[in-house]
Write a protein of this length. Sequence first.
Length: 763
Amino acid sequence: MTDPHLSHRARASAPGSTMKDKTRWMRCLILCMTVCALATGTATADDSDAADLPPSFRRDVMPVFFRAGCNAGSCHGAASGKDGFMLSLFGYDAKGDYHRTVNEMVGRRVNTSVPEQSLLLLKSTGDVAHSGGKRFDKESEYYQTLYRWIAAGAPDDSDSVPETVEVILSKERFLFEENGAKDRLRVGAIASDGSKRLVTSLARFHSNNESVATIDDNGNVTAVGPGDTYVFARYSRFTIGAEVIVLPAAEGFHWPNPPATNYIDELVFDRLQKLRITPSELCDDETFLRRVTLDLAGRIPTPEEYHAFVDGDADRAAKIDELLANDEFADLWTALWGEQLRIIGGNYAPAATHVKAAMAFYEWIRKQMRSGRPLNEFVEEMVVASGSNLTNGPANLYTMMVHGPRFEPKVFAADFSQVFLGVQIQCAECHNHPFDRWTQDDYYSFVSFFAGMERKPGVEPRERRIFYDTSTPPVKHVVDQRPMPARVLGGIEPVASDGDPRKELAKWLTSPDNEMFSRNIANRIWAQLLGTGIVEPVDDIRVSNPPVNGPLLDALSKRLVESGFDLRTLVRDICNSRVYQLSVQPNPSNVGDTRQFSHAHLRRLRADVLLDSVTTATGMQSSFKGFAAGTRAIDYFPISGGDTGGPNYGTPFFKTFGRSSRATICACETNTQPTLSQALHLAVGDTLQERLWAGGKIKQLVASGKTEEQIIEELFVRTLARRPTDDELAALIQTIGDAAEDPGAYEDILWGLFNSSEFSFNH
């Protein structure tokens, strides 16, 4: 029986063979065919069709359209076509393309009586004015393919052509020792009937970073400058890439062989050694304490925590375990999930959910995070949830992610895929995805999982009842109106269900075998702790946006699965790694590295973490309307109100410092970029001004009999989690001068520390 959960790549595997074997075999085939072609003098033509067979429209002609750019979005593949001729974008609608090419202008675009007079040929060769310009010569294989097809009567082949199911490259990686070095990438295709052929001359190529390597129309790769990137080939609906590493000069490079704490260090350092990049040294204990407390507790350390760690044994592993066991860690991840799932309370009539329902959802997530529930079980319960959104928290998945009075299956399916898989499928609604492997069939089949979702009013105005209407038919394909039964992404067959296909979706989604799910979660966890994902943006995982360190992402994903999807296990591994604990200070070797984690990166604090850090430093709690006194900033979620239902940030501080408005599920909704308004807010805004004297702490310090040095040191520890340097201390004592007994002098110092970049960044 065919497994409906096989990927596009896996479905081409022969019974009894592994994908690794198949890939190796196909690369050997490509190389052998290339050698034979060179030996026989036919290396310019990758197509192995017999000369006496007429070309196929789908197998031969449409690839010419693609290679020549005819069905690109900038040409006839545009939504309304170009110059009166329209093709489907990248050929997703072969039937329609055949009709428009052959039958829409009979005898003009295609003239079977006098093939050379066909506009398809005359315009492509520039013999007739063409806004797209000349696309190829008469001597080219592209012209010959089109000519032979037209001369054969321009036959249609809608029922007889096997589908391309896999594309293979001749190399997975190029390693160049010097600029200007060259090599060639060849492309092979496997069809659903098992047939194989070279399609290098029909593929299109591009480079992710042309400052590192370029690739021309024939697949020739050229090293340009040191670094790493990917070059890609696209054929049919598939995009596939090969890594390119261009090494810097070896002269003067010495690998210091830093100690590896765990598998993370081994994989990152292996990569750095290959790229001839030396990692930075470890950060000091003060920096580590501040960094790990911000990352795991969502605030800066208290003075008590500082002295216990720095003046104690400074056991980093023990500190990580201590923070992981604290409820603050769970509360921080509750806030992160609440952001991704768009938890907003509504107090106006058309709202999809109410504050009470939002609170039920939020508290349910908090309970899961505090109890350490496996992340796959946590997600699975949300996916299959039904019932009252007031009493069954996870049911609010179907009210929060799509705000408004109506449930929109298409919108929800796209958001669902982006959050739980990191995959953006919405491009496939109108055409096959131009930069990934997802087709319209994939898209509409996935939407069918949610076609029957209903939200009905409950017994009171605030309540919504969430359920799946089993009588709802699957959605229809936009091109030919075919019913598209629910099918998982990359699956072949529709899922079997008892009327509610969400159960099968949840089973597939959270399965240990589903690498899309585990890689997405692992990548998001890494990004939260390192400041950038191995795939970045974290919610745009696709073939043409590969990981900067594939083996590292694979290892993190595998570890997450082996741990039973335990969040704390993976976080512990990452925080204990030397990579996480590297200094932010670069060295001459890695000063230009922004991708390979050779040193820590400055990270602007999230708005809620920054506000909670101000609260920790001053001891003055925040106040949020509608929430209990003492509520932390990370525990606050927006409440919409009024006729527009626009988000209420709760405090201008959140809006100023880029807290997510939760208008979409995009990770970009959280903005940590510094702005002028942020600097002005810290300098003269209420957030700091009303806290400088909070609790009379400065007066207490002055009255305590402590020396100037001791007071200044405590202010540094309280805000920056470090002692002042000798130069800083001497300069500040000189500034205070005769005002050592004046609390206002120390208030100015505290104000300056809060306004320093060091306070607002994790480093």
